[in-house]
Design a protein around this ligand. Structure first.
Ligand SMILES: Cc1ncc(COP(=O)(O)O)c(C=O)c1O
Length: 391
């Protein structure tokens, strides 16, 4: 068996068309886009064209888009940028987000708490979805920002961002709404006008584009301060010489992701549903994490926990049979911390340590899914036989 890559939520293999477009820029138009001579202007043209292309796909103005170094920077820039600008306007210091955000959001908000801001972390239900009444209760007169992810990277749950934005604005018209839509591209409608958000985060490497390039949409008129200071690039909104090839690669990948969306999702969802429905039948004591209703879940995400098994051992065993997979746990300072997402969903610590995430992609085949369904039951059985009973 060739390698079976089932970790598309972590990153994706760049599309050949993306690589070709990027290579052409590196070879031919490597000038500094801030230079006034020909080489610089050629590079500048690539950036302008790519920005226009992304703007057309998102149905926004080109001026509302900022290229960054990825999802983490876009999240940080969105949150810090709005927080300081809103505080400057005297509108307050309270931020609302959810307990299951990516650390790029959570750590940015936690840092702001150390800098004099206040935060509320919304709980989620057992499916990993926020409740509208809890959200409404959390919005105060001094709430300046709601940051709510569109799709969770671990369990695939989809948040009702559009509805949440409406509820939040009704309680406080000055609130700014940001959504981390990194995992949603190609799966969910991410147009800011549809989601009803003021800021939107995207990252190129999650949809067959390059790493180290992200996009931040900032709706015109949104209070926001620059985060990365330096040269006057990106109209004084982000210092630093632009990643021209990365920007070009981002735009090509984004275009492909949005154009090929429907066909891809139907096929991927069909394969994913096999995992969702067949693994619990094949492996005793499987607990599906995240929504079972496909309408509430990313089409490519499967996640579960196996009682009495160590998640890391499952990953290593899968790697040995040529399968790349992931767990929800993050290894920090040598100790395995249970995933904050699973903990927020009410999954107990022992169970959370046995999590497995399989995320499918454009190149995933039925044979690969068959292979998983054939091999996984004996892997879990063997590991359970070796492990002490944790229940
Ligand atoms: C939901 C979410 N937000 C943000 C990020 C960070 O993106 P990047 O790796 O481009 O910094 C990720 C990456 O896994 C993600 O899944």
């Amino acid at each position: 068996m060739n390698r079976v890559y089932l970790d598309h939520a972590a990153t994706t293999k760049p599309d050949q068309r993306v690589l070709e477009a990027m290579l052409a820029v590196y070879k031919e138009d490597w000038g500094n886009p801030s230079s006034i001579y020909l080489e610089g202007q050629q590079a500048r043209r690539w950036i302008d064209q790519s920005r226009d292309r992304c703007a057309a796909l998102l149905e926004v103005e080109s001026d509302e888009l900022l290229f960054t170094s990825g999802g983490t920077e876009s999240d940080n820039a969105a949150i810090r940028g709005v927080a300081f600008a809103q505080r400057e306007l005297g509108l307050g210091t309270h931020i609302v987000t959810s307990q299951i955000e990516h650390h790029a959001v959570l750590h940015a908000v936690e840092q702001l708490e150390k800098e004099g801001f206040e935060a509320t972390y919304l709980p989620v239900d057992e499916q990993g979805i926020i409740q509208m009444d809890t959200l409404a209760d959390s919005i105060r007169e001094d709430t300046i920002l709601l940051s709510l992810m569109l799709a969770n990277n671990e369990v695939g749950s989809l948040q009702p961002v559009q509805n949440a934005a409406e509820v939040a604005r009704e309680k406080n018209p000055h609130i700014v709404i940001h959504s981390d839509a990194v995992q949603g591209v190609g799966a969910v409608d991410i147009r800011p006008s549809v989601l009803n958000v003021d800021l939107l985060t995207l990252a190129g490497h999650k949809f067959y584009g390059p790493k180290g390039i992200g996009l931040l949409y900032i709706r015109q008129g949104t209070p926001w301060e620059p985060f990365v200071l330096g040269g006057g690039q990106e109209k004084e909104r982000r210092g630093g010489t632009e990643n021209v090839a990365g920007i070009v690669g981002f735009a090509v990948a984004f275009d492909l992701a949005l154009r090929e969306v429907e066909k891809k999702n139907t096929e991927i969802q069909k394969l994913r549903n096999r995992l969702l429905y067949e693994i619990p039948e094949l492996v005793p004591d499987t607990v599906i994490t995240g929504p079972v209703d496909p309408a509430l879940r990313l089409p490519n995400n499967f996640s579960c926990c196996f009682r009495n098994v160590e998640g890391e051992s499952v990953l290593l065993s899968l790697d040995m049979i040529e399968v790349a997979a992931s767990s929800g746990s993050a290894c920090t300072t040598g100790a395995l911390e249970p995933s904050h997402v699973l903990t927020a969903m009410g999954v107990d610590n022992d169970l959370a340590h046995s999590s497995l995430r399989l995320t499918l992609g454009n190149e995933t085949t039925n044979d690969e899914i068959e292979y998983i369904l054939e091999k996984l039951p004996s892997i879990i059985e063997r590991l359970r036989a070796l492990a002490p009973d944790l229940s």
